[in-house]
Write a protein that binds this ligand. Sequence first.
Ligand code: ADP
Ligand code: MG
Length: 651
Amino acid sequence: MAETAKTHEFRAEVRKVLNILTNSLYTNREIFLRELISNASDALDKLRFRINRGESPAVADLPLEIRITLDKDKKTLTIADTGLGMTEEELADNLGTIARSGSENFLADLDSCEPKEGEEGNKADASNIIGRFGVGFYSVFMVAEKVTVTSRPAFVPEGADNAAHVWSSDGLGTFTVERVEDKEPSRGTIIVVHLKENALEFAEKYRIDSVIRNHSAFVPFPVFVDGEQANTQPALWREPKTSVTQEQYASFYKSLTYDGKDPFDVQHISVDVPVQFSALLFIPATSQDFFGQDQDLWGLDLYTRRVLIQHKNKDLLPEYLSFMKGVVDAEDLPLNISRETLQENALLRKIQQVLVKQTLGKLEKMAKDDVAKYEEFWRLHGRVFKLSYRDYTNHERVCALMRFNSSALPDTEAGKEALTSFDSYMERAKEGQKTFWYVAAPNREAARLSPHMERFRKKGLEVLFLLDPVDEFLMENLGKYKEWEFKSIETAADDALKDFADQEETPKEQQPPLSAEDSTTFDHLLGYVKEILGERVKNVVVSRRLADSPAVLVSPDGMTSSMEKIMRVMQKDDSLPVRNMEVNKDHPLLRNMLRIYKANKEDPFLREMTESLFDACLLLDGYVKDPQLVAARTRALLEKSASWYTEVMKV
Ligand code: ADP
Ligand code: MG
């Protein structure tokens, strides 16, 4: 009773896809196996679902599994599943048309690079597109010259017979479906892939094992390759939290990241509303250089029902949490969703919101319960976390998690500077204070030595020490925290601290105030200093911010010196900034200059002093334009003062 095979035409859109797949050189051909395995896994899933509902399938005691067998001589790869199977109609319908969004997008994109009339076919472009889309079952024709799909349904409608049918095609214009008397499969589907000459690598076990490791390691049914199970890792993120040990987490983390160290922390998330997904997130115990060479390495692995969709997906986390590693498994994503569609996917945005919320919650708890651990976290990943200034939705929460060194904290070893939060700073602040004061410096010592610190020290006002070059930029972008502003002590107005009393009586002897006449002469002196410095300074004026230093440079436009430096680096400007020089008229050095000036305006020593004073100011801000010149001037002054010293002290 040999029934003739029914020949069907592929639908036009399928022909188009097939044409590209069979004719394009494709570098990532191995994903065909991911597609076949996930189809098999889906078929097993559907079967299991119906069994759980109480239905009984054909050959009820057959295990739910996927078997791949390789035959180098026959040049075949065979993949068999004991899943739901397909009827004759289903074979023709499911494997003859395209009904999925992934392939539709694929087609739409394909149209845009179809060769125009008279043009050569644009193969490079086409293969590029295939690289970005999964195209389901048809991707098998990238490696196959012929494919047969033999299937026997697990559930047969009453009255119908449960014969197997075979679908067969070379992926060109047509396919056939016919009834067969084969015993196998007794339930489910067997797909025989007749490999192209240039795809024989897929008859090698090591190759198939590695493809499974890369793309299908967590498929929820056993996958055997020539009798040996290839997917041995359980999808830990899908396990109940209580059943997973720390060791399991650690070994999963290591196999995921190739990091030799245990993770710093683990977060196992399983959520039903507003989206159903599970995730396993790790905070690594090592920092990566996210602002340099590791810039593109971040992202989470995105799965749907244990099948990998995308490595290093960057839409699941905001950049400021990019130090985290791990996987997200979303329940309702189509397997073949394109990157483009993923990016616009509202589901991913919702997942991101949940991940952010949970992670912030986790960090808040750590900061509260285990300060030492949180500070360690901050030293590892704080630099990246600071990018959270862009998260306006969670502004208060991210600000509360930031940490900085400050003048109120004790000295500790470099690299392990003590840390304060904004909230602790506020608790220590003076009555009526509404500003977080900060100064940027390369280290604590330099911060403390800043001449701008003097009046803050006098008032006993705490100043945050920003020791990371990005910090000042961060402060400028934070806006406000709990109604408090962030301000640099360098740009503080003259009267900014008038409401705060001096802390202690200044025990140092005060210089008597200048007489009216001396005041006028002092102004002339400043004019002369300006004349000496010429275009190098904008103006020379009396300072109200200095207590112990003789002089300081202040930007006339309210920019701090470190900010100015960053701008200059960015603009590749290596000239020195032109700023106001503010001098302390009560400083002994300035008083002596005044004396010399009164005695002889032309005294060359005045010029030397002025130059050295200016050198020192520039040095304080980290500028050494002409080190030879500065050294020579310092040496000349030292020589002179040493000979005066020996003379005066009679040594
Ligand atoms: P998708 O899996 O996204 O639906 P595919 O092109 O991969 O698209 O598969 C098309 C359809 O063919 C599937 O939806 C399914 O109905 C059917 N199919 C493919 N492989 C199998 C299989 N091993 N068992 C049962 N049905 C299958
Ligand atoms: Mg599929």
